[in-house]
Write a protein that binds this ligand. Sequence first.
Ligand code: ATP
Ligand code: MG
Length: 431
Amino acid sequence: MSKSAAKKIQAIRGMNDLLPSDSPRWQFFETKVRQLMQRYGFDEIRTPIVEQTALFARSIGEVTDIVEKEMYTFEDRNGDSLTLRPEGTASCVRAAMEHGLLHNQTQRLWYQGPMFRHERPQKGRYRQFHQVGVETYGFEGPDIDAEVILISARLWKELGLFEHVTLELNSLGSAEARLAYREKLVAYFEQHREILDEDSQRRLISNPLRILDSKNPAMADMLNGAPQLMDHLDDESREHFEQLKAMLDAAGIPFVINPRLVRGLDYYCRTVFEWTTSALGSQGTVCAGGRYDGMVEQLGGKPTPAVGFAMGIERLILLLETLNLVPEEALGGCDVYLVPMDDSATVTALTLAEQLRSELPGLRLQLHCGGGSFKSRMKKADKSAATLAILLGEDELADQMATLKFLRDDREQQRVSQAALSSMLGELLAR
Ligand code: ATP
Ligand code: MG
């Protein structure tokens, strides 16, 4: 083999492998999410990872970070322009429309999966990352805004994160109100042109609201003095917002109003919110969402009220790890390691393992495979996460017994009949 052929191929920068040591945390999180969605009556939707490029250009908006510079877009063999999805909302709307899910009915959907954005990889920011999202369609009032916020709040509580995150809230008003506000804002920024950085100069024409998002400290004072969207809301949006705040108060969910929260995406109106944490450095937003009543129409459907959010799973897992909040028992492993003490016991061990798995569906049992000396078999048992080893040797086979060895306790090993194993293990498991 030539030298170049032997060079090891590595994963793409910003796209991570999830190793066996990582997956228990992910499964812990995913299980919580799935149960939660069921409890709130949300149904899962799964859409393809690749969509036509036009879907994202039309829904997310041409002058957003995502569409301007972050999408993985390519031509397939037919010459069609396709894009790896950078977020889930557009695909959800597309699928719901395509399958008639929005016709005279409401929907409460959730999804989970990988998203792709060509960003500069750093802690909490990757090129393939994962989101859990919810999307609701057909609900106009603020009750659904409150409901989706409450789902996220309950998830934080169940994960032990609630004390570590802050709910930031704002209203963007109606599209018309925003347009009027936009003019005032542009006029204000033009008076302070010399303070605007390069990015903001560019956005002044394309997307002036995004300037409010800027973290540039040199602009902070100027931004604090800018006219506030909250003072330019239309009456209906103001009422909607007041009601939402009252509902969150009633549900005991604290929030702070952030008048500069405008979100990166074009499609939001009225309610926008973010859950942020200070424990992750600058990648501090763990969940973001809001109302996007205009999007279905923008994609060719009937006007349909819509509210949703997306949370970044990597950031949440980082947060759980940082705060040491994944419970020990969620970290996987097995309960029992079953050891044929020599090769003559292999077949009996195999069938006994199957029998125990049938009788005890909750049992996590690893069978020793691959032979080896007795000593090396016992080493493997010790290295496994199991608390108990079951040993089968010549003596045991002769009288249909098994030896229990307690791997983590200072306790005498014990001989029991194979027939009694399942009820004994059942009792041990129950404890
Ligand atoms: P940011 O301001 O951090 O770039 P965003 O506004 O682009 O976030 P959204 O499009 O609202 O993010 O996505 C919702 C959530 O998905 C974010 O709050 C974050 O938790 C997560 N997320 C977004 N981009 C990435 C990424 N590149 N890597 C990891 N997580 C991400
Ligand atoms: Mg971003």
